[in-house]
Design a binder for this molecule. Structure first.
Ligand SMILES: *Cc1c(COP(=O)(O)O)cnc(C)c1O
Length: 377
């Protein structure tokens, strides 16, 4: 089954016989037992719920994992994954990362004894140099947020060799439609399902997909114990969103390329970062490890004034955090998504007041460009 077909048909609802085409919303906290010592397989919704189970199976199928677990948000999923580590363990993470991930690693995991070292994971030599006997996980985001750097997933797997190091990939930006990190050697894939998977900026969700049933079992225990699960209604919304994942990703990517080309010619734009440009340093690597480039762009303008004028003047494009929905959104990483990152780190990575990030939506690209043109006058 091709990915676009799998988005629609990979999982059929096995819990009922009505022929319903959409998955039913089992809005039930608990499930009655048929008799003493018996169970229908469903006991209590924190542990298992049929609507959530449906979307979990769908994610496992789309990512090619042994199992998937659905959480109330991407961060709830990631925080649960980090519980696989113990005090004294070290983690290596991409240095250009979603701000919330840095907050989790620095202000929660570090207190729990897990120290994270940030390296440019697009540089295999830097990753190799950072591995120590204590390294128990490597966390990469690819492409990175907001500088769009790409890490070689199979290359990092090779560096790990047979050491017991979990390779965790945040695949939010590409979605399983464009990239399947497990096939490239990842042990764990995490998603903010809030973004492309749900796709409509109307719900929060998170997913963790695992290569092996053993890690799956540990995470099931943690999920049930910590309890940050996806609700039945939100599981339904994400399932519905995924049905159109393929056409949304294709259209958004097409728009992103056209918008990038337009931005490159604009006199007030000094740099554009988009993985889908043949001149992007990781274009060839991206083609090897993904079926597409996604629709996230960042770009620098000539001054802080131009950047704030754009944010003030856009009309069709919404000045809002988040990404991956049908609407085109613009953000200012310095003051929004990366506000909690120490200034020296931000500046070293090029996240300054002149940098803007676009999550390109699926509107007519002519309308997106017209809005940008007006806002940049
Ligand atoms: C949004 C996002 C997250 C966090 O997900 P939430 O659903 O907002 O909790 C993690 N990683 C990336 C790359 C994201 O864009």
């Amino acid at each position: 089954m091709k990915p676009e077909t799998a988005c629609i048909h990979a999982v059929r609802d096995a819990t009922q016989s009505t022929g319903a085409v959409a998955v039913p919303i089992y809005q039930s906290a608990t499930f009655a037992h048929p008799g003493a010592g018996q169970s229908t397989g469903y006991d209590y919704t924190r542990a298992i719920n049929p609507t959530r189970e449906h979307v979990e199976k769908l994610l496992a199928a789309l990512e090619g994992g042994a199992e998937a677990l659905a959480f109330a948000s991407g961060m709830a999923g990631m925080a649960t994954v980090l519980e696989l580590l113990s005090p004294g363990d070290e983690m290596i993470a991409t240095d250009d990362l979603y701000g919330g991930s840095i907050r989790l690693f620095e202000q929660v995991s570090r207190k729990n004894g897990v120290n994270t070292r940030y390296v440019d994971t697009s540089d295999l030599a830097a990753v190799k140099a950072a591995i120590t006997d204590k390294t128990k996980a490597i966390f990469i985001e690819s492409p990175t947020n907001p500088m769009m750097k790409v890490s070689d997933i199979a290359g990092i797997r090779e560096l790990i060799g047979d050491r017991e190091i979990l390779l965790i990939v945040d695949n939010t930006f590409l979605s399983p439609y464009f990239c399947n990190p497990i096939a490239l050697g990842a042990d764990v894939v995490v998603h903010s399902g809030t973004k492309y998977l749900a796709g409509h900026n109307d719900t929060l969700a998170g997913f963790v997909v695992v290569k092996s049933p053993e890690i799956g079992e540990k995470l099931r225990f943690l999920q049930k114990t910590i309890g940050g699960v996806l609700s039945p209604f939100d599981a339904f919304l994400v399932t519905r969103g995924i049905k159109t994942l393929a056409i949304r990703m294709e259209k958004a990517q097409q728009n992103a390329l056209a918008l990038t080309r337009w931005l490159q010619k604009h006199p007030k734009v000094s740099a554009v970062h988009y993985v889908g440009l043949p001149e992007h340093p990781a274009y060839a690597l991206s083609q090897r490890q993904a079926r597409g480039f996604g629709a996230m762009i960042s770009f620098s303008v000539d001054s802080a004034e131009t950047a704030s004028a754009i944010l003030n003047k856009v009309e069709l494009i919404l000045y809002a955090e988040s990404l991956g929905g049908v609407e085109t959104l613009i953000t200012h990483p310095l003051t929004q998504t990366h506000a909690d990152v120490p200034e020296s780190e931000r500046l070293a990575r090029g996240i300054d007041e002149k940098l803007l990030r676009l999550s390109v939506g699926i509107e007519a690209v002519e309308d997106i460009i017209a809005d940008m043109e007006r806002a940049m006058k």
